[in-house]
Design a protein around this ligand. Sequence first.
Ligand code: HAM
Length: 414
Amino acid sequence: MASKHQAPRGTFDVLPERARARARVEDAAAAIFARAGYEPIATPAFEDTELFERGVGRSTDIVRKEMFTFEDKGGRSITLRPEGTAPICRAYLEHGMHKLAQPVKLSYAGPFFRHERPQAGRYRQFHQVGAECIGTDSPLADAEAIMLLADLLAELGVPGVELRLGSLGSPDSRRAYLEELKAHLHAHEGELSEDVRERIDANPLRAFDSDDEGTRGAMASAPTIVDALEGEDAEHFAEVRALLDSAGVAYEIDPTLVRGLDYYTRTIFSFVCEGLGAQSEVGGGGRYDGLIEQLGGPATPAVGWAAGIERILLALDEEAEAPGRDAFVAVADDGQRTRAMALVGELRHAGLSAEVDLGGRGMKGQLKHADRIGARQVVILEADGTTRLRDMESGEQREVDTAKLTDELTGGKK
Ligand code: HAM
């Protein structure tokens, strides 16, 4: 019976088959974070709008077009978080984490919201796992961050992953480079898409990201920031590359790499999976040395990344198999239902996955149900108080001592 209600455009329900696959991604990330000392943190699903305006940048697509912003009942402007880095920096400052031993390494998983045009791999509510390493400008932290994401994608078996690496330099060198780039764009104004032309002065780097043919043509001869890197910026980038080389992490330098958030400085990176089509980035991030200061804190360098869970799942194209159950407790007689309920509780306490019929089915119906949920063994409680155990694979049935049932089911392991 279809209801007239549907999940809002660009959102989706996570049904159990998918939920298991998602949990596998989150669990793998949590294990990798724990082994590397990235402590979990959770921030609210909404923040003051100004946090993102200041943090992500007023000229970005995210802030200009994609935020779910509304006024709360007190007239404050609230925004559903489009990303996690600015909120984590807000929390870092709010809770005085700059007074802790640095760097502070944090990890997170949760929903994010962007009012984008929905398509495969692009949703209005999506989920990220991510890591932030706050309080060091060492290239070691950049390399560690990149290696964590590389490990996660490798461990999950995401096929055809490529790592693109770039550097945006520091604000000073970037400023000089941006002037050069703007001059190039102005000289090619006639070839640019309207969107890019309108933002030459506000956000010239986005021109590298354009799908428009004319713009792409004009960008082929544009100066790149990687070529313009100098001094400490160039050194920092060389060290990150050397660390990745010695760790055996393959990457491709992409001098035109840009990201849709304004806070990046120096290293930026993007893991793409070619099989995914237009929305090919499974995860990415970079260094954001100026963000915390921009949010009113002390100058604090940091680096991090986020990966899209839905994109990883699309790339894996899999649904986790149903886990089955260790046991199903069936009753041959309605008088045994109370005993069945107590028994299923005991089995669960012993660490087994076990279910009992909640639907008032007869014996045949219960066996059918046990089969449907993938029960490996069925415990049958007879009217006379005896207990039988049925192996669902072989169909064999034998009488067992109820007192020893847990041992029988765990194979004596408990
Ligand atoms: P981002 O590149 O905007 O970076 O998003 C990270 C990942 O989230 C993307 O690579 C993509 O897999 C996924 N993603 C983004 N938008 C959508 C969408 N509409 N639907 C589905 N998946 C999406 C950030 O958010 C930064 N906070 C990453 C970072 C952390 N940088 C430094 N630290």
